[in-house]
Write a protein that binds this ligand. Structure first.
Ligand code: SF4
Length: 518
């Protein structure tokens, strides 16, 4: 038995909630990051359950190996966890992509599965290859670079589209007919037929909200936490964010498929925010989803703290003796009640976002977070005995100068004097399509490094600075703004080892000269 197979079996044995099924149609669901990341994805777990609930369908999971280089060297065949079958044996192979740099993982997974990475290569020979489907959060922004690898890309929330796709697969005589049917289906982007024209994103029917964990295991980034959606979407309008209200709201260009009713979910309806964009789930429905055995519960959503009944939900969880986690806290929504409940639920690092070096920049991108909100979060963190305050922020927003960075330095110094410990998580600003800042340039890498260096020196001994080197932000930017040519460059970069130099060479090659093919 190879070490890769042994690891899969050990992880499988540690899971609770795994679905084992045999059916006439098998789907391999592949996450292009390692297991501990993929199993923390609520969307991935939801599609796993939705597919397995369809009559005659069995879905199994596969993940990018933890050590891709070792797997490539050992010529390890990518296989699923449930049956240990090679992924290439499945008629449908579906990927969930969360963000741009996972595109390299998509190429690695296809290579390790022995499936030609480019759709055009799969169509060229006589062999019948699996249908390669791509979905996931990346499709809210710009999935074009996944186009060369995908036969079809499902845009947006895929819960209702998954059964539609399965029905089309069963009905189609051949691949050509299938792709033509899918190309005429709302929310399905077929690169070989649509070129670079993307359809609007899908919104799943309310019956699929809240999403919740199918499998709980200690071996994820979040430990053995049971995840349940408290809200879907966001009613705010931060100019840089693909989850902002007007990027995806059904009434503004996205489309909803009729709900198939096949996932066995209750038809109760979550409430939509009067300001639009956010679907809030009633506390009773959230609590009803939590199994008796779950000792820690994570509330998931783009803006969970905007849920008006969050204190009620947290109170019930804490009263039941459970630990709690929340995926997104807005500092302007924090108060004594919420933070004290979080502390009683074992939440130790109060995590908020500033997303702008200065108030001027936060106002410019309509972040809606003030300096006083952040100072208030630091005070609440101290008052309720939390271990640390973690603040996410962006560097390199349009028009940023060193004066803005000095402003961040001053504010971070003040925060560090209040909070027991300060962690500043800094990410370079990457303009995303489908947002008002789409098309904004990426800041010069050397300038970003200089600004990061200034923060490191200025906050030495007072704050921990976290964040990937800005050069990776530049690659993310090229992919976020790029088209099909950049997708072909991903294949080249991944196979050349995936280091920065490999990416730069691939993105500079003839294949990737074009930016924005639409
Ligand atoms: S509050 Fe968060 S999720 Fe909502 S638009 Fe702003 S950044 Fe996006």
């Amino acid at each position: 038995m190879t070490p890769f197979r042994r690891l899969r079996q050990e992880r499988l044995a540690a899971e609770r909630g795994t679905l084992f099924a045999q059916a006439e149609l098998a789907v391999a669901l592949v996450y292009p990051s390692p297991y501990h990341v993929g199993m923390s994805s609520l969307g991935f777990q939801t599609i796993y359950r939705v597919l397995n609930a369809l009559p005659g369908v069995a879905a199994e999971r596969a993940f990018l190996p933890d050590d891709v280089t070792a797997a490539r060297r050992a010529r390890e065949i990518l296989a699923t966890y449930e049956s240990q079958r090679p992924v290439a044996d499945f008629p449908i192979v579906a990927f969930s992509l969360a963000y741009e740099l996972e595109l390299a993982g998509l190429v690695h997974c296809l290579d390790l599965a022995g499936i030609p990475a480019l759709a055009a290569e799969r169509d060229a020979g006589d062999r019948r290859w699996p249908l390669v489907v791509v979905g996931g959060p990346l499709t809210f922004g710009n999935p074009l670079p996944a186009g060369p690898m995908a036969d079809v890309i499902v845009m947006g929330e895929a819960e209702d589209a998954a059964p539609t796709l399965v029905r089309a697969f069963r009905a189609a005589g051949d691949k050509r007919a299938l792709l033509e049917t899918l190309a005429a289906t709302p929310g399905c982007y077929v690169p070989s037929l649509h070129g670079a024209r993307l359809p609007g994103v899908l919104a799943a029917s309310d019956a699929h909200v809240p999403a919740y964990s199918q499998i709980v295991t200690r071996q994820t980034e979040l430990g053995d936490m049971f995840l349940v959606e408290a809200a879907r979407g966001c009613s705010r309008t931060c100019d840089y964010c693909v989850m902002r209200r007007s990027s995806w709201e059904p009434s503004k260009g996205s489309q909803a498929l009729p709900h198939s009713g096949s996932a066995g979910q209750s038809p109760a309806t979550p409430t939509r925010s009067p300001s639009g964009g956010m679907r809030k789930v009633e506390p009773e429905r959230i609590l009803a989803r939590i199994p008796e055995h779950a000792r820690r519960v994570g509330l998931v959503g783009a803006a969970v703290s905007d849920h008006p009944r969050l204190p009620e939900i947290l109170s019930a969880l804490v009263a039941s003796g459970r630990g709690v986690g929340v995926s997104s806290l807005r500092p302007d929504r924090l108060d004594d009640e919420v933070v004290s409940l979080l502390a009683r639920g074992g939440y130790r690092t109060l995590t908020v976002a500033a997303d702008g070096a200065s108030q001027r920049l936060r106002d410019q991108v309509r972040r809606g977070t003030s300096e006083e909100d952040l100072l208030g979060a630091a005070r609440l963190c101290r008052t309720h005995g939390m271990a640390a305050l973690k603040v996410y922020t962006l560097l390199g927003l349009p028009g940023e100068t060193m004066a803005d960075v000095e402003d961040l330095l001053r504010l971070a110094s003040e925060l560090s004097a209040i909070a027991p410990r300060l962690v500043l998580a800094v990410a370079p600003f990457v303009a995303k399509r489908n947002t008002p800042l789409a098309g904004s340039p990426f800041e010069d890498i050397a300038r970003l490094e200089e600004r990061l260096g200034r923060l490191r020196v200025g906050l030495r001994g007072r704050a921990k600075i976290m964040g990937d080197p800005p050069k990776w932000g530049w690659i993310e930017y090229r992919l976020a703004q790029g088209g099909l040519a950049e997708g072909r460059a991903v294949v080249q970069a991944a196979r050349a080892g995936g280091g920065f130099a490999a990416w730069r060479r691939a993105l500079a090659s003839d294949q990737a000269r074009s930016v924005l093919e639409t």
